[in-house]
Design a binder for this molecule. Structure first.
Ligand SMILES: C[S@@+](CC[C@H](N)C(=O)[O-])C[C@H]1O[C@@H](n2cnc3c(N)ncnc32)[C@H](O)[C@@H]1O
Length: 185
């Protein structure tokens, strides 16, 4: 069975082409930025930690990729840089091996999600990896589930992929797709 992060990548890879603009909302160590840069025309990647930009820049450089713009700003400002996107990924929580007090926050995560949903092209997709074992993680998990559950079903489909029998708060995946056609009724 696929792990949630593999599922997240496959979910995005199914729709992203070399003509597309995509967003990595939580750059971190750059794994997702690299993954997206191999698929898309242009990646806009966000993080609030300088360390994330350095790690990601190094990773892209090693792969010989130059099609990612690394932005040292919160993802809630993404509409200042991006006017449309085919896909986006969020990896919530803290940066492994860094300051565990710098975590994504419910309010800014939801603001970024709202903005990304709005500028997503039809047929576009968003993958949200939810880590909630840390302090405050449960509040962010619930805020994201609330937001996604209230998306208009005529415009979006939202789904969840999670294991049912693992201990220790395993991360899970929330997927959003903007429908090609507005569904009436
Ligand atoms: C779980 S890590 C991301 C892991 C990353 N995707 C990777 O491949 O390594 C979460 C990241 O979100 C960042 N972050 C926290 N608040 C943010 C915000 N408002 N906007 C963008 N990034 C933020 C943290 O600094 C941290 O690097």
């Amino acid at each position: 069975m696929k792990r949630p992060l593999e599922m997240a990548h496959d979910f995005l890879a199914e729709v992203v082409t070399q003509d597309d603009i995509v967003v990595d909302a939580t750059m971190g160590n750059g794994h997702d930025t690299l993954f997206l840069a191999k698929l898309a025309k242009q990646v806009y990647a966000f993080d609030i930690q300088e360390q994330a930009l350095e790690k990601t820049q190094e990773r892209l450089h090693q792969a010989g990729l130059t099609n990612a713009q690394l932005i040292l700003q919160g993802h809630e400002t993404l509409d200042q840089f991006v006017t449309e996107a085919k896909a986006g990924i969020f990896n919530l929580g803290y940066l492994p091996l860094a300051d565990k007090s710098v975590i994504t926050q419910p309010q800014t995560t939801i603001e970024a999600l709202e903005k990304l949903c709005h500028l997503l092209v039809k047929g576009g997709r968003i993958a949200i990896m939810i880590y909630y074992g840390h302090e405050g993680g449960d509040l962010e998990r619930d805020a994201v589930l609330d937001f996604v559950s209230q998306l208009n079903q005529q415009e979006y489909t939202a789904a969840i992929y999670r294991t049912l029998n693992q201990v220790n708060n395993p991360p899970f995946l929330v997927m959003i797709e903007k429908l090609e056609r507005y569904r009436h009724g």
